[in-house]
Design a protein around this ligand. Structure first.
Ligand code: AMP
Length: 284
């Protein structure tokens, strides 16, 4: 495994690697969710590149950036054990050299949900991912369904900028109690950690109501709110039942939809989602 920190080092490392080439962009503090993306890349691609870069531009709260957990040695050991070929771990100056002055800003799909709750977040994400796509020149890029809106934003960006890459979404990896794995989980106190599976319970409750035939968006949002209200430590940011393509809130769920939510436990903000695929119009 080669670890490279510069654009030119990356170019050298990739010059003669076999194709197809798969890229797994991460911010480090790797866990089972990242491992699943890497193993999907390893199964599909002849060369696997993992990027580790805590991107300052996607944090709208400066403190979140400084507080973001970092453990490069551990991350590199995980990459090695997963059979990664190249790790790209640049410093901020390598990605944003002095004088850097461009923002990649995606339109409608980046506006609701996380875009509304975290102004500027998706500008930072789209900008860094566009740079990574350009530098790596991968055939495939792997992203987690856990950040469902991020997948939509990246696909829109790649299509609009004519970047020839296939964006592959991989299922959310969860702890045994349903909590979606996240680097941010490390910030939870034991009490908050015990409360956090309520996100998944709320999604499951809404999914079950949908499976039972409920098609009112507001009724499904109410199911999530009611489940979350049972957990005193959960401070709800939003609950959403949205069209899965546009991510606009739905009055009625008559096609593929996305249940999603964001909840704070103290200063730690967690997100999760559950796709509802194959909704068919009902007569009720
Ligand atoms: P991050 O390091 O948190 O920026 O995440 C890097 C990639 O891993 C993103 O595409 C995430 O969506 C994905 N990811 C994070 N957590 C999970 C998870 N629990 N299951 C699957 N993918 C995940």
């Amino acid at each position: 495994m080669r670890v490279v920190r510069t654009r030119s080092g990356l170019g050298d490392a990739l010059a003669h690697g076999p194709r197809p080439l798969g890229l797994v962009p991460t911010m480090g503090w790797l866990h089972e969710g990242h491992r699943a993306l890497i193993s999907q890349a390893r199964a599909t691609d002849a060369t696997t590149v993992v990027s580790i870069f805590v991107n300052p531009r996607q944090f709208n709260v400066a403190e979140d950036y400084t507080k973001y957990p970092r453990a490069e040695d551990r991350d590199l050991a995980i990459c090695e054990s997963e059979g990664v070929d190249v790790v790209f771990a640049p410093g901020a100056q390598e990605i944003y050299p002095p004088g850097f002055d461009t923002v990649v800003s995606v339109g409608a799909v980046a506006q609701p949900l996380e875009g509304a709750a975290r102004p500027g977040h998706f500008d930072g994400v789209a900008t860094v991912v566009a740079i990574l796509f350009d530098l790596v020149g991968a055939d495939h890029a792997y992203f987690g369904q856990k950040d469902a809106q991020q997948v939509r934003v990246i696909r829109q960006m790649a299509r609009d900028l004519a970047i020839p890459i296939e964006v592959i979404a991989c299922p959310t990896v969860r702890e045994p109690d349903g909590l979606a794995m996240s680097s941010r989980n490390v910030h939870l106190t034991p009490e908050q950690r015990a409360a956090a599976p309520v996100l998944h319970r709320a999604l499951v409750a809404a999914r079950e109501r949908w499976e039972a035939g409920e098609r009112s968006g507001e009724a499904l949002r109410d199911v999530m709110r009611a489940e979350l209200a049972r957990e005193p430590l959960a401070d709800v940011d939003y609950v959403s039942v949205a069209d899965e393509t546009t991510l606009q809130e739905e009055d009625r769920v008559d096609g593929p939809a996305l249940l999603s939510l964001a909840v704070r436990f103290g200063s730690t903000r967690l997100i999760d989602n559950e796709p509802l695929i194959g909704a068919v119009p009902t007569t009720t």
